[in-house]
Design a protein around this ligand. Sequence first.
Ligand code: MG
Length: 179
Amino acid sequence: MSFRVGSGHDTHRLAEGRPLILGGVRIDHARGLVGHSDADVVLHAVTDALLGAAGLGDIGDLFPDTDPRYAGADSRIFLADALSRLNLLGWRVVNLDVTIFAQEPKLGPVKAAIKASLAELLGLHTDAVSVKAKTGERVGHIGRGEALGCHAVVLIEKSGTTHEPEASATDSNGIHLTS
Ligand code: MG
């Protein structure tokens, strides 16, 4: 069994006239996040954590914000695409830990819904998903309510035979080599 860890981080600006979608959950709030896609800062951080764990680049490599196909896109498609890429390589998600940074709105009432959504999107039991919320302590772009941020950490595992290099080998003389 081999394990890899990945981390992802994202920030989006808050503005009026935009929907607020966090972790695939539409949240009732006067302002929402600005971006080329639906600007789901949570799903973007989680997608980057998945891609990072598997060494597959970042969300901007796969889904450029200059590509008109992704204008207004539901960010669940980014997560699903990244997950299928990992699964094709034999990786399975073990657990996910997410921290959302928001001065507003208060996330306490919606944390459980975001956690359930992330668990469903990743095919995990809710016990394997953690969603934490922090304010910006009223300083900086988060604390002034100008933006929301998200940090995500994911662990992935792969079992059975892999196509990765062997940790050790035997040379032509039968001498055991250790790399
Ligand atoms: Mg983003």
